[in-house]
Design a protein around this ligand. Structure first.
Ligand code: FES
Length: 175
């Protein structure tokens, strides 16, 4: 039985937008549906909290491709905070509806995007922690150097122990 896809769904399936990979993405996620076996990979580039670029790869059905295509078009330029909240219902209405048995494809697309954003946020958190550790380490080293210099400055100048002592001959008694 042929599925009743809208023209827009077919257009996005036949000529999907944002297909491909992003090298060194700021966020990445893979998501799959165990029931249908379909899979999506999302790649994100984020600048100042906004999605600068987003791409996807699909091993899925026509609506898997079409929903990811529409979603990536819609969230490009959005803040990650807003993109995380993008509802699957909006994708369905953008496409002019989906057959009932294909609605889960749009849910999978938004969940995949959320997962990629979560990955981006995790990466940002670890970036924040790393410089802090370095700063603390640098401060500790600097303190040790200062303490050492103070210790050296306080030490009394000792005579060179290897220098020859002046020997003074004992005066001889006159006989
Ligand atoms: Fe499962 Fe489309 S049939 S994602």
């Amino acid at each position: 039985m042929a599925l009743n896809y809208t023209k827009k769904t077919l257009d996005n399936f036949l000529k999907p937008k944002n297909i491909g990979k992003i090298n060194k993405p700021d966020g990445y996620a893979q998501i799959g549906n165990m029931v249908c076996g379909d899979q999506l990979d999302f790649f994100l580039k984020v600048e100042k909290g906004k999605i600068k670029d987003v791409k996807f790869l699909s091993f899925g059905c026509a609506s898997n491709i079409a929903t990811a295509s529409v979603l990536t078009e819609k969230v490009k330029g959005m803040t990650v905070v807003a993109a995380k909240k993008y509802p699957w219902q909006k994708i369905v209405s953008e496409l002019g509806g989906l057959p009932n048995q294909k609605v889960h494809c749009s849910v999978m697309a938004v969940n995949g995007l959320k997962k990629a954003i979560a990955d981006y946020e995790k990466n940002e958190e670890s970036k924040k922690k790393t410089p802090l550790k370095k700063t603390v380490a640098r401060k500790t080293v600097a303190k040790k150097i200062i303490a050492k210099k103070k210790l050296i400055a306080k030490k009394p100048i000792t005579k060179n122990p290897t220098a020859k002592k002046k020997t003074t001959a004992a005066p001889q008694k006159k006989k």
